[in-house]
Write a protein that binds this ligand. Structure first.
Ligand code: NAD
Length: 378
C-alpha cells in the first residue's frame, strides 16, 4: 500500500503531513511512503532525512497513483478528481467550506477523512489535530503580541525603578486560549480570561489566570463545546467586557463556536477605548473575527478615542504554519495515529464500527457522509 505525502500547495503553508519520525512509524505499519521532493523543507526536514527514515523521495508525486494521500490543507478539486478509485485521503479538510473538493472526492470514489471531525474522546486525543494546532496558535499569538507591545510582560524591580507587569486579557479559553494564558503567565504578565463554558473557570485558574465572571448565562452544547449566544446575550457580553478591555495592555481573542462564524466580542469602539500602545491579537480573524475590523495577516493602527496614539490590531493568519517545525511534528503524529487505526499488516482495513474512523470520514463509496456538508451540497 502506497502512502503519498505531497508538497503543500496553498500559499504560505509551511507544514508537512509526515516528518522523518512518523515515516518510521508509517513504514513500521508496512506502508510504502512516497514523499514529494521539498515537502519538508519549510518545516526543517530536507529530503535526505526522509530517505534515511525509509521513504522514497520523488520529484513530483503522482497523486493519482497512491492508495493513501495524507495532506495538511484541503486538497484542490483537481487533485481530488484525479485520485485512484477507493483511495483514502487524510488531512485537514474543512468539508463544509470546501464543497467543490468534497464533491470531487465523492465522485472519485475516495474515502476521505477530516482531522477536524475526529471525535474528541480520550482514545482519540493523539489524533486531535484541532488541539495540537490550537496549542501552537495559542502560544504563538502571545509572542506576536509581546513583540508589538512597547512594554515588558514581567514585573522588573531595578535600581532605576519598578516596571509593573503587563496586563493580558484572553477571551475564549479553549485549547488555544488556555495555551495563551499559560504562555503569557510564563512571560510574567498578569493574566485574566473569560469564556462562556461553565467548566472554563477552573481551567483558566489551573493555567494561572484569573477568571472574569460576567453576569451572563453559560452556554454549553453537546460534547463540551460552546453554543452561540443569543443576540441579546452577545450584546450584554460586549457591554460587560468593555471595562476589562479598556484596562488591559494586551487583548487576545480565541473564541469560536463549531460550525459558526466566530462570535463578535469586541467592537471597534471598545478597541478605541484602550490605552495608546495597547495590542490586540485576534486569533479568530480568519474565521470571521472576534474583533471588529481585524484583517487576517494585517496589523492595523486604530487611533484611540483620546487622540493620544493608537492601538495595534493584529489579525493573525496561519499562526501554526509560522511555527512549521513543531506544528508539523505534532500534526504528522496526529495523521500517523489516525492511519494506525486503518492499516493492519500493511493493508488498508476500514472499520466503520470504530467511532473514530466513522466520525472522521466524510466521503465513502461515492457518498458524502458528513451530514451538514451533504445538506449544503443539496
Ligand atoms: P473552540 O476552538 O471551538 O472555541 C474556543 C473557545 O471559545 C471555547 O472555549 C468556547 O467556549 C469559547 N467561546 C465561544 N463563544 C464564546 C463567547 N461568546 N465568549 C467567550 N468565549 C467563547 O474550542 P476548543 O479549543 O476546540 O475546545 C472546546 C471544548 O472541547 C473545551 O471544553 C475543551 O476542553 C474540549 N476539548 C476536549 C478534547 C478531548 O476530550 N479530546 C480535546 C480538545 C478540547
Amino acid at each position: 500500500v502506497k502512502l503519498g505525502i505531497p508538497r503543500e500547495r496553498r500559499d504560505g503553508e509551511r507544514r508537512v503531513a509526515a516528518t522523518p519520525d512518523t515515516v518510521k512509524q508509517l513504514a513500521g505499519m508496512g506502508l510504502d511512503v512516497l514523499i514529494e521532493a521539498g515537502a519538508g523543507d519549510a518545516a526543517g526536514h530536507p529530503d535526505r532525512e526522509y530517505t534515511e527514515a525509509g521513504a522514497a523521495v520523488v520529484p513530483e508525486l503522482d497523486t493519482g497513483a497512491v492508495d493513501i494521500l495524507a495532506h495538511v490543507r484541503p486538497l484542490d478539486p483537481r487533485t481530488a478528481s484525479g485520485l485512484k478509485r477507493g483511495a483514502v485521503t487524510v488531512g485537514l479538510a474543512s468539508p463544509s467550506s470546501e464543497l467543490p473538493t468534497v464533491q470531487a472526492l465523492a465522485e472519485a470514489g475516495a474515502t476521505s477523512f477530516a482531522l477536524e471531525l475526529v471525535p474528541r474522546i480520550s482514545r482519540a486525543q493523539s489524533m486531535d489535530a484541532l488541539s495540537s494546532q490550537a496549542l501552537v496558535a495559542g502560544y504563538r499569538c502571545v509572542l506576536e503580541a509581546a513583540i508589538r507591545l512597547p512594554r515588558f510582560f514581567p514585573l522588573y524591580m531595578t535600581a532605576a525603578g519598578t516596571v509593573p507587569p503587563a496586563r493580558v486579557l484572553v477571551l475564549g479559553a479553549g485549547v488555544a486560549g488556555l495555551q495563551a494564558i499559560g504562555t503569557a503567565k510564563r512571560l510574567g504578565a498578569r493574566v485574566s480570561a473569560n469564556d462562556i463554558r461553565p467548566a472554563s473557570a477552573d481551567e483558566v485558574a489551573s493555567m494561572g489566570g484569573t477568571f472574569i465572571r460576567l453576569d451572563l448565562e453559560t452556554a454549553e452544547a453537546a460534547g463540551g463545546y460552546a453554543r452561540q449566544l443569543s443576540s441579546d446575550a452577545g450584546t450584554r457580553q460586549r457591554q460587560l467586557l468593555a471595562p476589562h478591555v479598556a484596562q488591559t495592555d494586551v487583548l487576545i481573542t480565541t473564541a469560536a463556536v463549531p460550525g459558526r462564524r466566530a462570535p463578535l466580542l469586541v467592537t471597534l469602539d471598545m478597541v478605541q477605548g484602550m490605552r495608546p500602545g495597547s495590542v490586540v491579537v485576534d486569533l479568530a480573524a480568519e474565521s470571521g473575527g472576534n474583533v471588529e475590523g481585524a484583517v487576517p495577516g494585517e496589523d492595523i493602527a486604530v487611533p484611540t478615542a483620546d487622540g493620544a496614539g493608537h492601538v495595534t490590531l493584529v489579525g493573525l493568519k496561519d499562526p501554526a504554519s509560522a511555527m512549521a517545525s513543531d506544528a508539523s511534528r505534532l500534526y504528522a503524529k496526529n495523521v500517523a495515529n489516525l492511519l494506525a487505526l486503518m492499516v493492519r499488516n500493511g493493508e488498508l482495513v476500514l472499520d466503520f464500527d470504530d467511532e473514530v474512523v466513522a466520525g472522521a470520514c466524510f466521503t465513502h463509496a461515492g457518498e458524502v457522509r458528513h451530514r451538514p456538508t451533504a445538506e449544503l451540497l443539496g
